[in-house]
Write a protein of this length. Structure first.
Lengths: 112, 114
C-alpha cells in the first residue's frame, strides 16, 4: 500500500478510550469544514462535515467541534476501535466548485 | 455502482515521458477533482471541473492538463514528466445537488518519475 503519513504527528490511543484530533485552519471565509479518514493504500473517506454557521455536529461515534474565533477544528471519536487506526485529515471548502484545502494530517494508532 | 475508478494503479515514467491518468465515475456527479498527495502530506488540488466542458485550475496545476468531454470521465495528462511529479494521484467526484459536502475518492495512482 501507499506510505501515507510517514512523518505525521501520531496520536496513540488505547482501545475503548476517546480520541481527539485537532486541526487549525487558515481561511476565515471557508464555508464548510470536513474530516476525512485515510487508510493505508486507499483514498480518503468522508467522515463528517460542519457548516461555518455551526459550532458542533455529531455523527455515529464522532463529533466535530468548530471554533471560528481561533480557527480551530477538532474531531472526537468515542470508544476508539482498532478499525479507527488511520490518518485523519481536516479540510476547508470554498463555495465555488467546493474546492478542498487539506491540512497536514494526524496518524491515529489504536493499541489493543 | 463502482464509484470512482482510476487506472493505472502504479506507473513508472522516465523524465520527459508523457502519460494520461484515467478517472471514471458512475454516480452521475457533475463535480470532479484531481489531487496529488506527497508522502506525509495532505492532498493538494491540481484541477477541477464543475461539469462537462468546464475545467479550472486548482492550487498546483503546472505541468498538468485536463479535459472533461463527458460527465463520467476526467483524465489528467502529464506532458513532460519531471521527478517533482512523483506522487500519489487521487481523483474525486461530488454531487453538487443536495446537502452533503462529501467528495468520493478513487483508490489512487502511484506515479514514480525517474
Amino acid at each position: 500500500g501507499e506510505s501515507v503519513g510517514l512523518h505525521l504527528p501520531t496520536l496513540s490511543v488505547q482501545e475503548g478510550d476517546n480520541s481527539i484530533i485537532n486541526c487549525a485552519y487558515s481561511n476565515s471565509a471557508s464555508d464548510y469544514f470536513i474530516w476525512y479518514k485515510q487508510e493505508s493504500g486507499k483514498g480518503p473517506q468522508f467522515i463528517i462535515d460542519i457548516r461555518s454557521n455551526m459550532d458542533k455536529r455529531q455523527g455515529q461515534r464522532v463529533t466535530v467541534l468548530l471554533n471560528k474565533t481561533v480557527k480551530h477544528l477538532s474531531l472526537q471519536i468515542a470508544a476508539t476501535q482498532p478499525g479507527d487506526s488511520a490518518v485523519y485529515f481536516c479540510a476547508e471548502s470554498f463555495a465555488a466548485g467546493n474546492k478542498l484545502t487539506f491540512g497536514g494530517g494526524t496518524r491515529v494508532l489504536v493499541k489493543p | 455502482n463502482a464509484g470512482v475508478t482510476q487506472t493505472p494503479k502504479f506507473r513508472i515514467l522516465k523524465i520527459g515521458q508523457s502519460m494520461t491518468l484515467q478517472c471514471t465515475q458512475d454516480m452521475n456527479h457533475n463535480y470532479m477533482y484531481w489531487y496529488r498527495q506527497d508522502p506525509g502530506m495532505g492532498l493538494k488540488l491540481i484541477y477541477y471541473s464543475v461539469g462537462a466542458g468546464i475545467t479550472d485550475k486548482g492550487e498546483v496545476p503546472n505541468g498538468y492538463n485536463v479535459s472533461r468531454s463527458t460527465t463520467e470521465d476526467f483524465p489528467l495528462r502529464l506532458e513532460l514528466a519531471a521527478p517533482s511529479q512523483t506522487s500519489v494521484y487521487f481523483c474525486a467526484s461530488r454531487n453538487s445537488q443536495g446537502a452533503s459536502n462529501e467528495q468520493y475518492f478513487g483508490p489512487g495512482t502511484r506515479l514514480t518519475v525517474t
